[in-house]
Structure formats: structure tokens, C-alpha cells
Write a protein that binds this ligand. Structure first.
Ligand code: SAH
Length: 386
């Protein structure tokens, strides 16, 4: 058995407070411990739990369990099965969803997304990479997919000293998969799409908008058109905007797949377009703003907030009376309070009376643990102007 890794009192306290990470500075063991699962003790040799050890990462230990049971195939299967069982009551016609949300499901550094018969997974720590066969076997036996693709091209792998790569790990994975989200069908490219192929974290927010959209619709930062296609079921006309030619090409194919011909797809910079629409005096009954993360690091937060405020202020000005704005931020470093403060400032500058109807977050298949802020990043708000 691997010798135990010893942690400081401060390290041990993190686990007691419900956070699974122990940082480099709180690991007292010197010498070489290979990457993989290890038992962990305090200075006096008292057993604290078993964790994934990453020798090159600032996040040196990720808690797996406080028990001493063997971390064998059955253990990994049970954890993946438990995560899958928590998704048993997804709404009908949902064939694309997250099965494992890493720390949020007690499976640190593991992402497992399901797209129909295909699974796209990410192994995001050296400790987990060391036992890849065990993890893959648990995924295959529990979910029985036609194939498993590893989208191990996420930049965080660099902090772990791991290569960025995309590989077919089991079975066969087609280049394009068709999935369903409520009444909408859409195409996913597991190898090329953003994240593991799609923004599954917005699924419930898209369904929400699909239920309450009204008037002319505007979907800014549409990517492959999903919000636009949901609201197009209720809006007579929708304008959908993105700066990516490739994303819009897929959006057009998705529109055809759903026989929606009331969406105009426009390639443009969102900031320029919002300004132009305002100049033209256009108004909308429903607007969606789902920008990329403006703050990728903490130091970028002030600039990011200025950017968020600008697009939200312009969107509020474009709303017809009674119109709704769904607005989101996926910047982890902009927390919920800062997001709502920014919206309040935009509302004040707009000179309109703006009601905060709902505060939302990521879909429930992306569970956010209160004691692990890193498991939550997406904030959403549904605003209505009077
Ligand atoms: N709403 C989408 C996800 C949006 S991801 C969904 O539910 O699936 C963010 C999108 O913003 C990307 O497609 C990216 O191409 C686009 N984007 C980034 N910067 C932009 C800009 N300045 N103007 C317009 N689109 C932009």
C-alpha cells in the first residue's frame, strides 16, 4: 500500500470544513509520492481519509473518502452510479446532460457528460489520470455508452503537469451526435464543440426562456443557437448573434433540424450590434445575454464588471415595456452578489423600473456545493422592465 501523506492542522481543518482540497503548503510529507490515490494522516499519524495526490499541482490533495475501504472498481462504480441516480428525474426528452460534476458529485476532477449514446469525459488531475483505466471501466459499466471520448484538452491540466489531448478511450464516438433538449433537437461535435461539446449548464435556463418568451426575441452570444431556438417557439421573430462563423453554421443546421425559419442569424460583435440596434430604435420582448467569461482571473474582475454592465444596460434599453431580459455570467470570479450589484447599477442607469423576477444558476445536473465555491460559477437573472 502507498505510504500515507501527512498534512498540517490547517490542511486537516479544510476537510472538516467541507472542502476537499488541501494545498501544497499544507502537505508535510517530503520525498516522492507518485500520483494517484493515497491515505492521508495528520502529524500524529491519525487517519483522515483517502485522497487523489497530484505531485506537481498547487492543489496537492483532493478528498475521495473519509473511510478506509479499498478504492477498487466496485468503489468507483458505486460513486458513478450514485451520481447517475441523482439525475434520474431529468425532464422528458433530455438526452444531453452532465452525469458527474466533479467535486459537486464527490468525484473530484472528473467530468462526465452524456450526449445520447456517447459519453464525453474529462480527467482533470494527475491523481485521477494515474488510475484512468479504473475510472473508464466504472463509466462504461455504469452508463454503457457506445463510446467514450476523453476531452482532456482543458487548460487546467497544465497545472497538473498533464498533456492536453483528445482521445477515443472506448468504443466509437461519431464526429456529430444529435441530441434533444425539451422540444429542441441539436447537433453536438464532441471533438470540436466548446467544453465537452455544448453548454449543458444553461439547459434549465433555456427551457425557462422557452416557456416565457414573448414579442420579438434577441439572443446575444448564441453560439450554436440553442436559446434562440427555444424562444423561437413563442416569438414571431428572433435575431441571434455571435462573432463565430463556425458556431453560426451549426446554429443554421440546428434551425433546419427543428424547422424553425423565424430566426435571423447574424455574425457580429455583440457590443457593436447592441449599440447599432439602439441607434435604429429597435425593441424586443425577450432578450438573452449569455456572454463568455469576461473575467478569467481575479485581476480581470473590474474590467469584466464594466463589460457586463455595458451590455446589460444596452439590453435593458432595448426592451419593450413588459419585456424580459435573461442575463448570465459564467465568470467564477464574479460572484452572485457582485453580479446582482452590477445589474442594479445597469438598471439605475437605464432609468427604467426593472423587476428581478428570478435568480437562477447552473442546471441541477451541475450540483453546486455550498462549502465548495469552485463547484458553482454560473449566475443567471430574469429581469422584467415595467
Ligand atoms: N448561449 C450559448 C452559449 C454561449 S457561449 C448556449 O446556450 O449554448 C459564448 C459565445 O459568445 C460563443 O459562441 C462566442 O463565439 C461568442 N462571443 C464571444 N465574444 C463575442 C462578442 N464580442 N460578440 C459576439 N459573440 C461573442
Amino acid at each position: 500500500m502507498t505510504p500515507a501523506v501527512v498534512v498540517s492542522a490547517k490542511g486537516a481543518a479544510r476537510w472538516r470544513q467541507g472542502h476537499p482540497w488541501i494545498y501544497r503548503s499544507d502537505v508535510l510529507t517530503t520525498g516522492r509520492t507518485p500520483a494517484g490515490p493515497v491515505p492521508v494522516t495528520d502529524r500524529s499519524g491519525r487517519f483522515l481519509g483517502q485522497a487523489l495526490f497530484s505531485p506537481a499541482s498547487e492543489i496537492r490533495l483532493r478528498l475521495l473518502t473519509r473511510e478506509e475501504d479499498p478504492l477498487d472498481g466496485a468503489w468507483w462504480r458505486a460513486r458513478v452510479e450514485a451520481a447517475a441516480a441523482r439525475r434520474a428525474d431529468l425532464p422528458p426528452n433530455t438526452t444531453a446532460y452532465r452525469v458527474v460534476h466533479a467535486e459537486g458529485d464527490g468525484l473530484p476532477s472528473l467530468i462526465v457528460d452524456r450526449y445520447g449514446d456517447v459519453v464525453v469525459a474529462q480527467i482533470l488531475s494527475a491523481g485521477l489520470e494515474a488510475i484512468r483505466p479504473l475510472v473508464l471501466e466504472a463509466i462504461q459499466e455504469t452508463l454503457r455508452p457506445q463510446g467514450v471520448l476523453l476531452r482532456n484538452d482543458a487548460a487546467v491540466r497544465r497545472h497538473e503537469g498533464l498533456p492536453l489531448e483528445i482521445l477515443e478511450a472506448a468504443g466509437s464516438v461519431p464526429d456529430t451526435v444529435e441530441v434533444q433538449e425539451g422540444g429542441i433537437r441539436y447537433l453536438v461535435s464532441p471533438r470540436e464543440g466548446q467544453k465537452t461539446g455544448a453548454f449543458l449548464d444553461q439547459r434549465e435556463n433555456r427551457l425557462l426562456l422557452g416557456r416565457l418568451a414573448q414579442g420579438d426575441g434577441l439572443d446575444v452570444f448564441t453560439y450554436q443557437g440553442l436559446f434562440a431556438l427555444h424562444v423561437a417557439g413563442r416569438c414571431p421573430r428572433v435575431l441571434a448573434v455571435d462573432s463565430s462563423t463556425a458556431a453560426l453554421a451549426v446554429a443554421r443546421r440546428n434551425a433546419a433540424l427543428n424547422a424553425r425559419d423565424n430566426v435571423a442569424w447574424r455574425e457580429a460583435n455583440a457590443f457593436d450590434l447592441l449599440r447599432a440596434l439602439e441607434r435604429e430604435g429597435r425593441t424586443f420582448g425577450t432578450i438573452v445575454l449569455d456572454p463568455p467569461a469576461f473575467a478569467k482571473q481575479k485581476s480581470a474582475v473590474p474590467r469584466a464588471l464594466a463589460g457586463y454592465k455595458e451590455i446589460n444596460l444596452r439590453a435593458l434599453r432595448l426592451l419593450a415595456p413588459g419585456g424580459v431580459l435573461f442575463t448570465a455570467s459564467c465568470s467564477f470570479h464574479v460572484n452572485r452578489a457582485a453580479f446582482l450589484d452590477m445589474l442594479a447599477a445597469a438598471a439605475a442607469d437605464s432609468g427604467r423600473r426593472v423587476v428581478l423576477e428570478q435568480v437562477t444558476g447552473q442546471s441541477s445536473d451541475h450540483p453546486e456545493l455550498l462549502t465548495v465555491p469552485e463547484t458553482g460559477y454560473l449566475k443567471g437573472a430574469l429581469l422584467r422592465v415595467l
